[in-house]
Design a binder for this molecule. Structure first.
Ligand SMILES: Cc1cc2nc3c(=O)[nH]c(=O)nc-3n(C[C@H](O)[C@H](O)[C@H](O)COP(=O)(O)OP(=O)(O)OC[C@H]3O[C@@H](n4cnc5c(N)ncnc54)[C@H](O)[C@@H]3O)c2cc1C
Length: 289
């Protein structure tokens, strides 16, 4: 289908981009990789009067790795993450999740900021941001603000972003080298959106017991969530098969997914338990040097 008519701007500075969005009273939208926005326009789900292309904003394409964590510029593409060897130790869970995002062509254009702003409940990056307690940094005409990922996603394709705001970066807290982690996703075909996915990590104390457990669920609600009941099953234990199974059961019990054209809610409810169990088992089986 042909796109509806729209105007196009390609600003060279962030402040120019914000000014363009602010001057269009909600009728303008940022364009990043176009991998979600352009199909939505083709299907007439979105019809912005102006597209503000962010591709010349080089400052949004940086990946920064520092003692206090990993920061991804909003225009960092999936391919940039997979090509950056530093991230495999600086944030292995992030890389493992991105390996499940879409296909080569889409990874070459799709961006982390676009995915966060699009807020698909079955997308990997929003789920990882919530599981890892990332901060989403945005800039608008009122200045900069930082929003905790758990407060950013408000429903399917709905976020706390205002019409004049642009996501500039996503900040992930530091990742200790000894941390245990696992990511498991089930989708119909490799590269499809998740039917259900689990992102887990925990730290281990001197006695081998888990603490600081984080379990994030993708694809089982209207937004990505942390599964605190499942986390409670893990904290204070030496993670083994029995603990993973208990956490999996707690995960299933704590979600109430809707049925849709792909699969029934009951199937997703069962599936997230299996994903959590397997992700925890792969975390427990990791060789930590
Ligand atoms: C066939 C196919 C399969 C896919 N499979 C997956 C998958 O398995 N997992 C997955 O996670 N994704 C998948 N995607 C989506 C893909 O990852 C998109 O790239 C991503 O969702 C949006 O990123 P984008 O850069 O293309 O954003 P765009 O399409 O350009 O924009 C998406 C939305 O975000 C807004 N936006 C973009 N950048 C910003 C910013 N910096 N600040 C504020 N708002 C902004 C736009 O205005 C728009 O509303 C798939 C896409 C396709 C076409």
């Amino acid at each position: 289908m042909k796109l509806p008519p729209f105007d196009y701007a390609c600003p060279k500075t962030l402040s120019e981009a914000v000014a363009l969005l602010a001057s269009h009273d909600g009728e303008a939208k940022p364009l990043a990789g176009g991998q979600s926005l352009v199909p939505m326009m083709a299907f007439r789900v979105a019809a912005p009067a102006l597209l503000v292309d962010l591709r010349k904003l080089e400052e949004l394409r940086r990946i920064t790795i520092a003692d206090d964590g990993v920061t991804l510029g909003a225009m960092v593409r999936w391919r940039d993450i997979l090509d950056d060897a530093r991230l495999r130790t600086a944030h292995p869970l992030l890389v493992a999740a991105v390996e499940h995002v879409a296909h080569y062509q889409i990874r070459n254009r799709g961006t982390v900021g676009g995915s966060i702003a699009h807020a698909d409940p079955a997308a990997e990056m929003p789920g990882i941001a919530v599981a890892c307690e990332a901060q989403i940094v945005v800039v608008g005409k009122a200045g900069e603000r930082s929003i905790a990922a758990e407060n950013f996603f408000e429903g399917p394709l709905m976020t706390a972003l205002k019409a004049d705001e642009i996501i500039t970066e996503i900040r992930f807290p530091a990742w200790p080298a000894q941390r245990r982690w696992g990511f498991r996703e089930f989708s119909r075909r490799r590269g499809d959106f998740a039917m259900a996915a689990a992102a887990v990590f925990y730290d281990v104390d001197d006695t081998g017991k888990a603490h600081n457990t984080h379990i994030g669920a993708i694809g089982v609600g209207d937004r990505p969530v942390r599964l605190t009941d499942a986390e409670a099953e893990v904290n204070g234990t030496v993670v083994d098969v029995a603990v993973s199974e208990r956490a999996g059961r707690a995960a299933s019990a704590s979600v109430d997914p809707q049925s849709d054209i792909h699969v029934s809610g009951a199937y997703r409810k069962s599936l997230i338990g299996t994903m959590v169990e397997r992700a925890l088992q792969s975390a427990a089986d990791q060789k930590v040097i």
